[in-house]
Design a protein around this ligand. Sequence first.
Ligand code: ADP
Ligand code: ADP
Length: 226
Amino acid sequence: MASLSLRGIYKTYTGGFTAVKDFNLEIEDKEFIIFVGPSGCGKSTTLRMIAGLEEITEGELYIGDKLMNDVVPKDRDIAMVFQNYALYPHMTVFENMAFGLKLRKTPKDEIKKKVIEAAQILGIEHLLDRKPKALSGGQRQRVALGRAIVRSPKVFLMDEPLSNLDAKLRVQMRTEIGKIHKKLQTTFIYVTHDQTEAMTMGTRIVVMKDGIIQQVDSPSNLYQYP
Ligand code: ADP
Ligand code: ADP
């Protein structure tokens, strides 16, 4: 069974603009899927519909065999990492990472165990008591990843998570995200407009244009080398 199915999905925003048209995709467990395409082609809209942050106008979204269309974000087995990190400035790194678990009434000792485990994976154990303003861009991005990892979601969504980092750090974090994917053995969906990221990170690439899927294929089939 596919871990995620998108069947005939459309998104029409209030005002009448249709940003996503007839989106069909079956995603298997443990895939690393990349959505790539020019700005405005509907990548984020699709990701936000999967997360439940945007209503699906038409079509069906399944996680496993469960229809998700009317399920609130909190009850989807999904975690999302944003471009701008979206950390809570008044909370420490520990509290930021613990927040989603607290919201779901996870017992305190379990929260502590999971946060510390995730912090170890990301190499940020020494930063748990800091506030976000006392972190570098790369460290903030790790905390944002950590906040998703602690929930052990079935599906991991990332919307241009590296676009605010400088070129060198971006290359380093690409490798790290690849390692995290291997370690967690879960489904990743990663949005980027960067072809190099798409080529080096994905197991399958979905190329979008004007709200429509143009092509779905492996990196080696999609990009021809001279
Ligand atoms: P991408 O992530 O590929 O850059 P988006 O999914 O953000 O593209 O946007 C797709 C299209 O939908 C764009 O034309 C954008 O202007 C439009 N759009 C995005 N959000 C809204 C909104 N809340 N209301 C109306 N149009 C929107
Ligand atoms: P409260 O519900 O009392 O506000 P917190 O959410 O602050 O509790 O903390 C929840 C648990 O996590 C507590 O057991 C606390 O000791 C532990 N904790 C908080 N910060 C850290 C940290 N930096 N490292 C390890 N454990 C922490």
